[in-house]
Structure formats: structure tokens, C-alpha cells
Design a protein around this ligand. Structure first.
Ligand SMILES: [Zn+2]
Length: 87
């Protein structure tokens, strides 16, 4: 079986400080909507090794917003949860 290189682990230069390079890691994202505060832990992100700027990709952001919207709809005021990557 051939292994496909599907991992997008490409390093990129930080656009904020223009010096650092991003490294794969996890971060905590807080979303506030109306009266609700939703905190996601262990969100996969690229993190600048120089200034600490975090880059979360578009798909992950979409997942976060979707989950946050569901919680807001259910009337959740505060929620802290581990982010799970949809398979
Ligand atoms: Zn940086």
C-alpha cells in the first residue's frame, strides 16, 4: 500500500512578526455570542515560534462556529469543552 502524503504540515512564515515560523500545536479558542461564552480547548492550530500568533485553518473555524451555534441555540451560557476534530 502506498502512503499518501495528505498531511498539511507545511511550515509557514508568520505574517504578524514576519520572523517566526509556525509550528503545529493546539490552542484555546473563546467564542462569545450574545450571552454565551464557549471555550474550546485543544484546538489544532499553527503557532508562531516567535510571537505566539495562532493560525486556525478555515475548516476548524467552521467547525468551531457550528458547535458554538448549536450550544447557543440550546441556551448554554458558559461551556468549556475539548475540541474534537471531525473524522
Ligand atoms: Zn510571529
Amino acid at each position: 500500500m502506498d502512503k499518501q502524503l495528505s498531511n498539511k504540515d507545511k511550515k509557514m512564515k508568520c505574517v504578524i512578526c514576519k520572523h517566526g515560523e509556525t509550528k503545529k500545536g493546539t490552542t484555546t479558542i473563546t467564542l462569545e455570542k450574545g450571552n454565551s461564552t464557549i471555550v474550546f480547548k485543544d484546538v489544532p492550530a499553527q503557532i508562531c515560534d516567535n510571537c505566539g500568533e495562532k493560525y486556525v485553518d478555515g475548516k476548524t473555524t467552521k467547525d468551531l462556529l457550528k458547535k458554538a451555534n448549536e450550544l447557543v441555540k440550546n441556551g448554554t451560557e458558559v461551556d468549556i469543552r475539548k475540541f474534537q476534530v471531525a473524522a
